[in-house]
Write a protein that binds this ligand. Structure first.
Ligand code: COA
Length: 164
């Protein structure tokens, strides 16, 4: 079972050293800045071999319609570098524990409509459709902040109650 903890600057530097693109480097820096501002926790998964996954837990949803309807803490950017080995499940469990420690009563995430493997995992872990479709707008930027690619991905929004 991987260990999950918030990224340190040293961890981010380690990830930057192996980042394959300027967009990946900019992504890592922005995750670090979000955490430093207190807007999110940038959670990393570690096993004996090093860092094997990442996810951010946002204090406020990216989506105005979700904030208006439910105001959950939100998992964003979940990625298991090694898949099918429990990394995603461990990151989700840690995000839920952290959201509870923030006194939040719900946690949510957006999943792309065609990501059936991820959706199956979330449903197994207790996430349910919130009857909300959202558009995940995100950009890949270079080291100077110039937008290289702009994405607008239609997603289902899933919610899980954290109430005891
Ligand atoms: C989706 C993801 C985070 C799941 O993490 P994981 O560490 O592979 O998942 P776990 O090992 O904890 O659990 C396995 C479950 O994940 C799901 N899964 C999704 N994609 C998978 C993949 N490529 N390989 C294996 N399992 C996958 C399956 O439901 C699987 O359950 P199953 O055994 O019933 O099929 C991971 O596969 C991933 O990073 N995918 C690419 C990025 C992505 O899609 N992120 C989600 C954005 S919403």
């Amino acid at each position: 079972m991987p260990e999950i903890r918030p990224a340190t600057r040293q961890d981010v530097d380690r990830l930057l050293a192996v980042a394959g693109s300027s967009a990946r480097r900019a992504h890592l820096e922005s995750r670090w800045v979000e955490q430093e501002r207190g807007d999110a926790a940038f959670l990393l998964a570690y096993d004996g071999s090093g860092i094997v996954g990442q996810a951010s837990l946002l204090r406020t949803s990216k989506y105005a319609e979700v904030v208006a309807a439910h105001d959950p803490a939100e998992i964003n950017g979940l990625h298991a570098f090694v898949q099918g080995a429990g990394v995603g499940s461990a990151l989700i469990a840690a995000a839920e524990d952290l959201a509870r420690s923030w006194q939040r009563d719900a946690i949510g995430l957006a999943v792309e409509l065609d990501n059936s493997g991820a959706t199956r995992l979330y449903v197994r872990l207790g996430y349910r459709p919130a009857s909300l479709r959202v558009i995940d707008e995100w950009t890949e930027v270079d080291a100077d902040g110039i937008v290289l690619v702009a994405h607008a991905d239609p997603c289902d929004y899933l919610l899980k109650s954290l109430a005891p």
